[in-house]
Design a protein around this ligand. Structure first.
Ligand SMILES: CC1=C(CCC(=O)O)c2cc3nc(cc4[nH]c(cc5[nH]c(cc1n2)c(C)c5CCC(=O)O)c(CCC(=O)O)c4C)C(CCC(=O)O)=C3C
Ligand SMILES: [Fe+2]
Length: 407
């Protein structure tokens, strides 16, 4: 079977939200962070949920997921490997740009990483996050964490930090998922055929899984009064996933049924979050004659605890109980196309080695380099934020008078 390739959308909107290429002296790979031992689990969960109103029972429940894996989330090791792969790709292209790594919720924390970068002489940093869709948790929260870190360290005005666009529909992201979906379909097709199904594809459902978020956050995702846009399901977050899923299915198997499902809901039960939950959905489709599922972890670029627990442990168990053949597609991880795509995204923003094209698989993209005012609103109150129209935080030397900047 030859590997299908994702095609990119027409480029007429490539100027949307574009920031002029600049000179940067380091890249910051910014991620979520995770515990690396039993003693880290509770302090980590406290960091994640500080001021977010997550009930204690939910923390208790989630701690068991981590405990079952020795208190170790795969996320940090995945990021060490991703950092090394990006460094190798940059070196291979002859680009001299150090890659720093900082987390929102665990060591190495973003604030000391920025302080060390400044002390080492860096002045212009380009942030690449491991979170690729638009919503408060995936975009604005990262921009606020940098804004708060710069303010608290007294580095604001001295250190410039810009952010690479949300890149959910970059071909470097979509291609690995597409290959995984094609391979997963083949695996389940063969299983059903071996079990005597005459028309296996009609009994298969592809489930694209992503992190649930509060409905209110979903509705605020990617919105701005500056440029009102209508999104499928009333949310850029849902629309981006649906568009990616459609692009993948149109390429690999247009005749196979698929759905977007959600996982890892937290928060209080009376607060609405995006649905359906993957497990509820499996219960619903089993009686409809679905005999096989391909689970695509579309919301995650690497194997987090959400993938290891919520999909590989819980959802696969649900499939087993319902007698549905199931497979979980790999996350992009350090797939060559993904790593190369990330370096292309860096080059979109840099003067040297600039790549003028901003490839995007769906017609929602390319997403904004600089977010529009109040996009992905924080309902708990405004914080200093970088990479937003109208904000001066993180603009570093560019905010200085010309004489200052020349130093
Ligand atoms: C959209 C989204 C992504 C995808 C984008 C991205 O990749 O960033 C994501 C990723 C992740 N979420 C993670 C872990 C957790 N998320 C939590 C809580 C929450 N996530 C939310 C959203 C998201 N989260 C939300 C709206 C909450 C409610 C609290 C709040 O409004 O902030 C909690 C608290 C307990 C619980 O409720 O589960 C934990 C422990 C880990 C690390 C996993 C590991 O250790 O391997 C990763 C990568
Ligand atoms: Fe989360």
């Amino acid at each position: 079977m030859s590997t299908p390739t994702i095609s990119t959308a027409p480029n007429e909107v490539t100027e949307r939200g574009r920031q002029e290429p600049r000179n940067y002296d380091a890249v910051l790979l910014a991620s979520f962070g995770g515990p690396e031992g039993q003693e880290d689990v509770i302090p980590f969960l406290r960091n994640v949920t500080r001021g977010r109103g997550i009930p204690d029972e939910r923390l208790e429940e989630v701690s068991h997921h981590y405990r079952a894996f020795g208190g170790i989330s795969p996320i940090n090791q995945q990021n060490r490997e991703l950092k090394a792969a990006i460094e190798a790709e940059l070196a291979g292209r002859g680009i001299e740009l150090p890659v720093l790594w900082g987390n929102r919720n665990w060591d190495p924390y973003i604030a000391p990483v920025l302080q060390d970068a400044y002390d080492a002489g860096h002045r212009r940093i380009l942030m690449l996050t491991t979170s690729i869709y638009s919503c408060y948790s995936s975009c604005r929260q990262y921009r606020e964490d940098i804004g708060v870190a710069l303010t608290e360290t007294g580095l604001d005005g001295k250190l410039q930090v810009d952010k690479i666009r949300q890149y959910f529909d970059h071909p470097g992201v979509v291609q690995p998922f597409l290959e995984g979906t094609a391979a997963g379909l083949e695996e389940i097709r063969n299983k059903l055929t071996a079990a005597g199904e005459a028309d296996p594809d009609s009994k298969i459902r592809v489930l694209f899984a992503t992190h649930s978020i509060p409905t209110r956050d979903a509705e605020a995702a990617g919105r701005s009064e500056d440029e009102p846009r209508e999104f499928a399901e009333g949310s850029a977050y849902a629309a981006q996933h649906l568009a990616n899923a459609k692009a993948i299915m149109d390429t690999v198997a247009p005749h196979v049924a698929w759905d977007l499902v959600y996982q890892s809901r937290s928060g209080a039960p009376h607060i609405p979050w995006l649905e359906p939950d993957i497990n509820d959905h499996l219960e619903e489709i089993a009686p409809q004659g679905v005999r096989g599922v391909v689970i695509v972890p579309l919301g995650f670029v690497s194997d987090h605890m959400e993938v290891a627990w919520d999909l590989d442990t819980e959802a696969l168990e649900t499939c087993k109980n319902l007698d549905i053949a199931a497979t979980r597609v790999p996350t992009p991880g350090t797939h060559a196309a993904f790593v190369s795509g990330l370096v292309d995204l860096i080059c979109e923003r840099t003067v040297d080695n600039n790549i003028a094209e901003r490839p995007h698989v769906t017609d929602l993209g390319p997403w904004y380099d600089v977010c529009r005012p109040n996009c992905c609103e924080n309902f708990r109150g405004a914080k200093p934020v970088i990479s937003e129209v109208g904000s001066t935080v993180g603009t570093g030397h560019d905010a200085y008078p010309a004489a200052e900047a020349a130093k």
